[in-house]
Design a protein around this ligand. Structure first.
Ligand code: BG6
Length: 489
């Protein structure tokens, strides 16, 4: 069975993980530029100089810059995002390879600090604008439509260090200026936009941390509120600038299952889903907080800074479509867990019915079908799966070939799951696999956690030629796209 005509097959990357060129073209630094590499069991670190001049590093999750300290690039560390995989200089070659595979859509993000080096400038950096314009033209030449994420984890460092980042309401205005510049400058070149990547991450991270305090929850809910308002204002402006613009939300999609049929687990699962998944999607699609939001806030004595104008903005800035990343499902239980999953960004009880990747992520294609059907039933707006894939080790054979049947199997199962959801009535617009070309891992900063159809010769220490080569999955995906999803053999 074929996918709908015009189905948007493609792949996805993010500026900070693909581009590199961190000091080129007038770009300012972002937090990812002071973040080191890590592994599946050692966290990425943020580096800084404390008030006494000492070189320091602390785990990036939940990091707060100490009083009087300054973010710093320190000579004793390697920073994988500085060069990433050098998309800055290789974008023409990469886009040509995506064109060769038959991509209809390429999802990428705009580096905020490439357009607004500190975040405070009134006008965008002309060199940054020219860079992205050329990239979009290159995509069109190759028959590819851009899907642009406006914010993908890279707030300018200046805003973080001097203005309180997303804990400060004023960041809404800086973001809106950035988003407006994108809509104006790239008008006619881009029609599909996402306002924030995995906007629900802050609450997911806090929720996974057993030591999180009420203050941590309050900060996360407040920061999210500012991002919701920023997103809603951007949607209104994007529609006003070009009525052909379609603007979506992007949720980190995890399918939650109760670990047992104990009614307490069923309820806990529903509550986990509300907190981790629906909380953000509901605001962005429906334009108001869900009824359960008050309970979530009360659980942690949260008293949000929300104005009447914010509520008006939320209701006027609802998204046109809903997108999500999908990598795994997770179990929820109120019972003592003896067999825990240990991976990066995965927690809780092990599901005995599933296989886990080397990074502890549960492979669960049925969970994708479940998510698609649940989301469509709830929102009744078109959906896109804008990230999905298997982070795995690749081996380059002596003749340079790379055999990755495990990746092909993974994609086959997930494409079949999408097909079943479409058959069951889901309006699915597109599929962009994550890291269609190998990129720096966001979670661990590794290169060896590879997702691509295209291999990049670069290792975890920053050694390699950056040469690109086609894996077996490259030829397989090309066939899948050419047959519009019919030929998955
Ligand atoms: C999502 C992010 O969380 O998952 C991407 O939007 C990220 O930026 C992807 O790269 C995969 O995670 P990781 O940690 O394997 O890179």
């Amino acid at each position: 069975m074929a996918f709908p005509d015009g189905f948007l097959w493609g792949g996805a990357v993010a500026a900070n993980q693909w581009e590199g060129g961190w000091q080129e073209g007038g770009r300012g630094p972002a937090l990812t530029d002071v973040t080191t590499g890590g592994t599946v069991d050692t966290p990425r670190m943020i580096t800084y100089i404390d008030k006494d001049g000492n070189h320091c590093a602390a785990p990036s999750h939940g990091f707060k810059l100490p009083e009087g300290a300054k973010y710093a690039v320190l000579p004793e560390y390697h920073y994988p995002n500085h060069d990433a995989v050098d998309g800055y200089h290789h974008y023409k070659e990469d886009i040509a390879l995506f064109g060769e595979m038959g991509f209809k859509q390429f999802r990428m993000s705009i580096s905020w600090s490439r357009l607004f080096p500190t975040g405070l400038e009134k006008e965008p950096n002309a060199e940054g604008v020219a860079f992205y314009k050329d990239m979009f033209k290159e995509m069109h030449k190759n028959g590819i439509e851009p899907l642009v994420t406006i914010w993908h984890f890279d707030t300018p460092m200046y805003l973080e260090e001097h203005c309180g980042g997303w804990n400060n309401r004023e960041t809404i205005d800086h973001y809106v200026r950035f988003a407006s510049a994108c809509f104006n400058e790239f008008k006619g070149l881009v029609h599909h936009w996402l306002t924030f990547n995995e906007i629900n991450n802050p609450i997911q991270f806090i929720d996974m941390n057993p030591h999180a305090t009420d203050e941590d929850f309050a900060n996360a809910y407040q920061l999210l509120h500012y991002q919701f308002v920023a997103s809603a204002k951007a949607v209104q402006i994007g529609h006003a600038i070009d009525q052909d613009n379609k603007i979506g939300c992007m949720i980190c999609g995890i399918t939650w299952y109760p670990a047992t049929c104990d009614p307490a687990d069923i309820l806990a699962c529903r509550h986990a889903q509300e907190k981790n998944i629906f909380y953000c999607g509901d605001v962005q699609v429906f334009g108001e907080y869900g009824t359960y939001a008050t309970r979530l806030w009360n659980d942690h004595d949260v008293d949000l800074d929300i104005t009447d104008q914010d509520l008006v903005d939320l209701s006027l800035g609802t998204v046109d479509f809903y997108t999500f990343s999908y990598y795994m499902s997770q179990l929820v239980t109120t019972h003592k867990v003896t067999d825990m999953v240990s991976g990066n960004f995965s927690a809780g009880a092990r599901n005995e019915y599933l296989k886990y990747s080397d990074w502890g992520w549960a492979t669960d294609a049925t969970g994708l079908q479940y998510y698609l059907e649940t989301a469509y039933d709830r929102y009744q707006v078109p959906l896109m799966v804008v990230e999905n894939g298997l982070g795995a080790y690749d081996t380059v054979e002596e003749d340079g070939s790379i055999h990755d049947p495990f990746r092909i199997d993974y994609y086959r199962e997930h494409i079949e799951a999408m097909q079943r959801a479409i058959d069951n009535g889901v309006d699915l617009w597109g599929y962009t696999t994550w890291g269609c070309i190998d990129v720096v891992s966001a979670g661990t900063g590794e290169m060896r956690k590879r997702y691509g159809f295209i291999y990049v010769d670069m290792d975890d220490e920053g050694k390699g030629s950056m040469a690109r080569s086609r894996k077996d999955s490259f030829f397989w995906y090309k066939k899948v796209i050419a047959s519009n999803g019919e030929d998955l053999a």
